[in-house]
Design a protein around this ligand. Sequence first.
Ligand SMILES: C[S@@+](CC[C@H](N)C(=O)[O-])C[C@H]1O[C@@H](n2cnc3c(N)ncnc32)[C@H](O)[C@@H]1O
Length: 334
Amino acid sequence: MFRCIRVPKYFGETARRRLISSGMLDPGAKIRIDNDSILIPILADTFGDYDVIDADLEPTEHRETDYRNVANIPEELKELLPNSYDIIGDIAVVKFPDELVPYAEAAGDALLRTTSSLRAVMMDLGVKGELRVRDIRMIAGSGTSETIHKEFGVTMIADPGKAYFNPRLSTERMRIASMVKDNEIIIDMFAGVAPFPLVIAKHSKPSVIYSIDLNEDAAELMKRNIKLNRASNIIPLCGDASILIKDLPSADRIIMNLPQIADSFLHDALSNLKDGGTVHMHKIMERASSDETITELINEMKKKGYSIRIDREVELKTYSPTMSVYVLDIIKGS
Ligand SMILES: C[S@@+](CC[C@H](N)C(=O)[O-])C[C@H]1O[C@@H](n2cnc3c(N)ncnc32)[C@H](O)[C@@H]1O
């Protein structure tokens, strides 16, 4: 018997990727289809909200799947090898501590040999500049940094070397999609290659989604993704969101995924949001003082003439030892 999660077939690929990138996929058994579900073996007692059961799965022949065991690097450095990394399509994007940078190629090669779904491994040198593009360097494999990523039934072209893309936000994208009511007007101010608009267009029935990004490469990928998914209700726009938003109709919902500085655009968003409408704003906050930060934000908006309340605060990920990235669901009007 193997411990596994039961996942609707539709979400199987997304769940499998999340398990791999968090090091929780049990390589000891084969994934099995069970009517409309997929049973995926896991190395933990729970995973997200999925049902956990013990099932009779076929054991796999033993093949080393942990790249840390086969990486040709000094033994004493092996414990520094990261056990989690991003998988975007068929590319792994890995951040190494400084001590491992001289051995990045050897680590990348090991990852490629132990993960059959990968074509290339890139070293992550950090997200840089106003356009938030990741500085990446190919350390193993072949081809370019462009890839096809699948998420909740949406196929999207991503190129982490040209435009920001974060596969770890898939659950957040689905959370927003599930909140959207029929015929909503939506604006994504910082859309990248349009993952939020695409997941919303696939799973809900908005009338239109304006998808804005300043990065020309992101806007090009966005256009290709709209075509690929036949999402004719997504309108791609390239430019500064604080300017372009002024010419758009008032929205029911605005997405602001630019966690470093999104709050400096909040009044632009509120000026174009219907009363009772929602802003989903990503924001980096000190965990210990997030309540004070939110109170300051509410007061600042009050001074600018906007009454807002926070409907929900979701902690997305740890950003530093004391800070996290949050999403604030902000409602306009009291
Ligand atoms: C953190 S990324 C988010 C991308 C996307 N929402 C996602 O989930 O993959 C922020 C994006 O905002 C864009 N950006 C930065 N400043 C902008 C501005 N003033 N107007 C429009 N887009 C901007 C960047 O080019 C970048 O693609």
